[in-house]
Design a protein around this ligand. Structure first.
Ligand code: SAM
Length: 306
């Protein structure tokens, strides 16, 4: 369970999809006056160095945020690959750039830092973070302490699936929950379903966002189907977006075994999504495929219901 380290994957295509959607949802949810409680059940370390040892080992950000910046936020504005960058992608790029001082991307913020940046002090928004990995919880606590955010942000070394139960429904009855496990153990898929089922019973109007990998594993394939059923049974609207960057043909030599391409696709399933999210993604997802697509299998899907 403890071998997964998000630092290896920080800024990859899955983070691009997940964090673009998190920013878009947080922007919407922070428009109303009442306080918002955000819960990140699987927080990670919070901040990552893109030039550090972990990120450098697999270089996954090269096929994610680094590629996106080169195409859509190049040093010369005339080199922008797409004329009308989708507003939520632009917001993602600007938010990530806000954590970096120079033109080169050195820091990648994880979901805790992205969410915290969008909280409003005056509305008394709060952020609850859960993390279990002994090294990541230390890094997370240290990184969060530097923010001097006081009681706005709470960090707990606890199981996020269990810890969430203590915070919903929040007194303001407004919550955004990100459920982003590493799915290293098969039981995570069932735990996500149970968590959504239980959460909808406790607090049916919260916004719940689940990230999952698209891999040839029955549990991964079944998860969005189960979540659709749970949302529909609860009578709640849902949205499901996927991004597949495809296989890079040039990395394989004919006659030799295919080289590992890492994760090529992932999805986000949202229960009670902001009503603006689908139209915003309909503009952003094709642009993500255009810029990040590597070849065979690339594509995106977007569906909603309820
Ligand atoms: N949400 C982060 C982001 O977007 O920047 C990335 C999180 S990473 C995919 C998943 C994290 O969950 C890992 O750091 C792992 O140590 C942690 N983890 C695994 N099981 C957990 C559990 N039951 N409760 C809380 N954290 C857990």
């Amino acid at each position: 369970m403890f071998s997964y380290r998000h630092a290896f994957h920080a800024g990859n295509h899955a983070d691009v999809l997940k964090h673009t959607m998190v920013i878009a949802m947080m922007r919407h949810l922070t428009q109303k006056d009442a306080a918002l409680v955000a819960v990140d059940t699987h927080a990670g370390a919070g901040l990552y160095r893109l030039d550090g040892d972990y990120a450098g080992t697999s270089g996954e950000s090269a096929d994610g945020v680094v590629k996106l910046f080169a195409a859509l936020k190049p040093t010369k504005p005339s080199d922008v690959a797409i004329k009308d960058v989708a507003p939520i992608l632009q917001d993602y790029l600007d938010t990530i750039a806000g954590f970096n001082t120079g033109v080169q991307l050195k820091i990648y913020p994880g979901s805790p830092f992205i969410i915290q940046r969008l909280l409003r002090e005056e509305a008394r928004d709060k952020l609850k973070l859960f993390e279990l990995h002994p090294t990541d919880i230390k890094a997370l606590a240290g990184n969060i302490a530097q923010l001097k955010a006081g009681r706005q942000v709470a960090v707990a070394r606890e199981d996020g699936f269990e810890g969430l139960k203590g915070f919903i429904p929040p007194p303001s009855r407004r919550a955004f929950v990100l459920i982003d496990p590493s799915y290293e153990i098969k039981s995570d898929y069932a735990k996500v379903s149970t968590c959504i089922q239980d959460s909808l019973k406790r607090f049916a109007t919260g916004t719940y966002a689940v990230w999952y990998p698209i891999i040839p594993r029955p549990e991964a394939h079944d998860l969005p189907r189960r979540l659709k059923t749970l949302a529909t049974q609860a009578g709640k609207p849902w949205l499901h977006a996927t991004l597949n960057i495809g296989q890079a043909e040039e990395r394989n030599v004919p006659g030799e075994p295919e080289r590992g391409q890492g994760l090529t696709a992932s999805g986000m399933f949202v229960v009670n999504p902001p009503h603006t999210l689908k139209a915003a993604l309909a503009l952003a997802l094709p642009q993500l495929v255009q810029v990040l697509g590597r070849g065979r299998g690339q594509g995106q899907t977007l569906e909603s219901g309820g």
